[in-house]
Ligand binder design. Structure first.
Ligand SMILES: CC(C)(COP(=O)(O)OP(=O)(O)OC[C@H]1O[C@@H](n2cnc3c(N)ncnc32)[C@H](O)[C@@H]1OP(=O)(O)O)[C@@H](O)C(=O)NCCC(=O)NCCS
Length: 144
């Protein structure tokens, strides 16, 4: 089941974020997405009453952006990220966006394959984008 994040989800999301990312967002960042960022919506995916994945998307007038997306390691390759992506695409289409953009670490093969499967193409490189190891990011865009 996919639903919008609420305040009670923040601890679990912060926990998953620590597990899944080398530069995790702090809990406060998700708190801001929930109550301070008018452009953001965070969706959580629940299985057996537990959150196993989430996506944070922004709708910025004529474009959408995926700020973060992740699925708990033991549930990967079962189509759960695809369900979250489908929700973002539906939101972006409904809002009349022209495209969806995102940044991804150049070493993140799984995510890159996932985005390519969803019609994202690499349009630019952001040099030294990630502060933890100076890794480059690819800017990827999916035209709608
Ligand atoms: C990227 C990520 C979100 C994919 O989640 P997932 O639930 O495993 O993805 P899905 O099962 O929905 O995959 C859909 C399709 O994407 C592609 N894909 C996903 N993971 C892949 C992998 N490891 N290798 C190759 N292709 C992959 C496949 O085409 C897959 O379809 P298939 O399984 O029928 O072949 C997940 O690996 C993850 O959470 N990684 C850690 C967090 C992260 O790096 N997020 C992205 C930040 S930019």
């Amino acid at each position: 089941m996919i639903r919008k994040m609420c305040g009670a989800d923040l601890d679990r999301i912060a926990e998953l974020e620590q597990q899944m990312f080398s530069s995790p967002w702090p809990r406060s960042a998700f708190e801001y997405e929930l109550s301070g960022n008018q452009f953001a919506a965070v969706y959580v995916l629940e299985k057996n009453g537990e959150i196993i994945g989430y996506v944070d998307r922004w709708i910025l007038y004529d474009r959408a952006e995926i700020a973060t997306i992740g699925v708990c390691e033991e549930y990967r390759r079962q189509g759960y990220a695809q369900q979250l992506m489908d929700r973002v695409i539906a939101d972006a289409l409904e809002a009349g966006c022209e495209n969806i953009t995102l940044e991804v670490r150049v070493s993140n093969d799984a995510a890159i394959r996932f985005y390519e499967k969803n019609g994202f193409i690499t349009v630019n490189t952001r040099k030294n984008y990630y502060e933890d190891n100076g890794e480059d990011a690819w800017l990827m865009v999916k035209p709608l």
